[in-house]
Design a protein around this ligand. Structure first.
Ligand SMILES: NC(=O)c1ccc[n+]([C@@H]2O[C@H](COP(=O)([O-])OP(=O)(O)OC[C@H]3O[C@@H](n4cnc5c(N)ncnc54)[C@H](OP(=O)(O)O)[C@@H]3O)[C@@H](O)[C@H]2O)c1
Length: 252
């Protein structure tokens, strides 16, 4: 098992990509603490995962939520080997209509939470810890009729943070990488697509089918392999990378 005896914290581990990563980590022998807001979703995830799973309900878009996670870690007798900053929010709204509230919510979760959660967990990280940030292809590549200025800006900032932290924390032995998934079929994606008018939905479906060289969008589990690799000793010399896992989408 590639993550035997490792402890992992996965934000947004109760659904979608985070849940698939938690499942893969457990399969590889890790213990996991998963964080989300909705206790029902957390309970369902714990049942689904079985194994050594702790859950914590906290809103990471708030300082109190970040503090609650740090408090929980403080209580642990073992250092944290793997931190997956996965929880995120996507407002795909036209630039001219983005509200200050949406801007702040987006940055609070996609950037500020990653910055301060990682900073405040530093004293509890293992000497050779792996930090994995879940970014998005949207940092660099846009989709017609999917206005992404706010979301792209937040994920671009996350990529930049990934590289600067790899540089700053490397001398301590801490590795920092990001995974940039293509479109993945999760609740987040369904929420943004379900709001589209029927014609735009059909257009998007056709666009996706012709744009993904591998012919389909992703499943949450498609991100699990790279996450296990980055968390494991096999990636001992891998840091500062932003790994596109997207069925070839950004190759074009
Ligand atoms: N799906 C895609 O197509 C796609 C593509 C590229 C990148 N991504 C990125 O992948 C990551 C995961 O997305 P996903 O599609 O798997 O989303 P998802 O299925 O909607 O799951 C999001 C997870 O984050 C938790 N969460 C949301 N807001 C939170 C908050 N304020 N505090 C704590 N936990 C919170 C959710 O639980 P609660 O709701 O209970 O809090 C849930 O566990 C995000 O960073 C996203 O930007 C997604």
């Amino acid at each position: 098992m590639r993550l035997h005896n490792k402890r992992a914290l996965i934000t947004g581990g109760s659904d979608g990509i985070g849940l698939a990563i938690a499942e893969a980590f457990l399969r590889e022998g890790a213990d996991a603490l998963i964080v989300g807001r909705d206790t029902n979703k957390l309970d369902a995830a714990r049942k689904h995962l079985g194994g050594n799973v702790e859950t914590l309900s906290a809103d990471l878009a708030t300082s109190a939520g970040i503090a609650a996670v740090v408090e929980q870690e403080k209580k642990s007798a073992r250092p944290l080997d793997i931190l997956v900053n996965n929880a995120g929010v996507a407002f795909l709204v036209p630039f001219e209509t983005v509200s200050e509230e949406q801007f702040q919510q987006s940055f609070a979760l996609n950037v500020t939470a990653v910055f301060f959660l990682t900073q405040r967990l530093l004293p509890y990280l293992a000497a050779s810890a792996s930090v994995i940030n879940i970014s998005s292809y949207f940092a660099n590549k846009m989709i017609p009729n999917r206005p992404s200025s706010l979301y792209s800006l937040s994920k671009g900032a996350l990529n930049s943070l990934t590289k600067s932290l790899a540089f700053e924390l490397g001398p301590r032995g801490i590795r920092v990488n990001a995974i940039a998934p293509g479109t993945v079929d999760t609740a987040m994606r369904r929420k943004t697509v379900d709001n589209l008018p029927a014609e735009a939905k059909a257009e998007l479906k056709a666009y996706v089918e012709r744009s993904y060289p591998l012919g389909r969008i992703g499943r949450p589990d498609d991100l699990a392999g790279i996450a296990v690799y980055l968390a494991s000793e096999e990636a001992a010399w891998t840091s500062g990378g932003v790994f596109a896992i997207d069925g070839g989408y950004t190759a074009g």
